[in-house]
Ligand binder design. Sequence first.
Ligand SMILES: NC(=O)c1ccc[n+]([C@@H]2O[C@H](COP(=O)([O-])OP(=O)(O)OC[C@H]3O[C@@H](n4cnc5c(N)ncnc54)[C@H](O)[C@@H]3O)[C@@H](O)[C@H]2O)c1
Ligand SMILES: [Zn+2]
Length: 363
Amino acid sequence: MSTIIAGTPVTAGLGKLFKAHGLSGKTVVLFDDNTRKLYGEAILKTLQEEGFQYKELVVPAREASKSFSAAYRLYGSMIEADVDRSWNLLAVGGGVVGDLGGFIAASYYRGIPVIQLPTTLLAMTDSAIGGKVAINHQLGKNLIGFFHLPTLVLIDPSYLKTLPKREIYSGMAEVVKYGFIADKAFFNFLELHFSDIINLQEPYLTEAVKKSASIKEDVVKKDFREITGLRATLNFGHTFAHGLEKLAEYRYIRHGEAVTIGMVSALFLSHNLGYLDRQSLEQGLALLGKFRFPKGLLKRRFLDIDSHLLLENMLSDKKKLDKKLRFVLLRQLGEAFLLEETIEEQRVVKAINDTKAFFSGKS
Ligand SMILES: NC(=O)c1ccc[n+]([C@@H]2O[C@H](COP(=O)([O-])OP(=O)(O)OC[C@H]3O[C@@H](n4cnc5c(N)ncnc54)[C@H](O)[C@@H]3O)[C@@H](O)[C@H]2O)c1
Ligand SMILES: [Zn+2]
């Protein structure tokens, strides 16, 4: 598995750290244009001071950069710079840079090491960990990729100071997800310190980030290739979310916003099917009720959407297995499982409608 290191500044002593993990001092550094602007100078200066030989690459800050054409262009820059298998790649950014960088590292010269330096809350707690790397195809998201574990994941929550609030909430959805699926004590901690974390207050922020990263790492370690159903529990709320994201063309709703809504639906479904008691349902809903969305987003991207249409778009999710919808449900707060049997569509529609009722007072 990977070595996860958290600290501020996490890049201190980078040369030594690389050496200790068998990484050479020859590094391709991938940014998007935001992380380049915000943190590029400081990171490149560190690399210089630490005696690295480096090649800098930048992609536009958007989901469309996770494409074969972007990867192809970057391979070209690397070949021209004489980057060979003795090099490694450091991905500095959110999930877009992490996934693209990981994809390039997994394929270039049949694979060079990747080091993740996540700069969004979502990347620190989710996408940078676990080794799933991918680009998108016109016919679907994340369809072309590899399992390529990062040698190092370097987490520095101080990077979050420049991250827009909307992105903080989006990442927070995944943080809360870990409480729901794996750890009741962590759930209680998040109930207590939700606004501290959203406002980047220490030590709560670092504790939440570290705990999330370790839960994800632990789940991935036990079910790396998603065979036993354990890794699949990381998709709590995601079956609903993918439908919403698809309907919004992966542009008008952030992944975490869709997951927040999806987790509400998954809670209702868990309760309606008799797995989760009412008190836990209400406790879960109270936590999810703390999330904030941009004005009008809930209405446009969820409440106004016909529930059957949403269901159809969930069905065309790539994670479908023989066209069956797969749901991750809760048995209690802190314990999730993958439901194996199919459930009637009416049950799903009911959960969506319950979710609409929950949010309609809030939009
Ligand atoms: N590999 C996985 O296991 C996995 C898991 C979840 C999501 N993902 C992928 O992650 C991607 C989404 O990642 P994301 O939410 O991090 O989005 P993102 O990478 O698009 O980053 C969001 C925005 O924040 C900017 N940004 C990044 N760091 C910043 C900082 N410190 N300060 C200010 N701005 C900053 C970025 O430039 C971008 O505009 C999706 O492509 C998704 O498929 C992958
Ligand atoms: Zn997610």
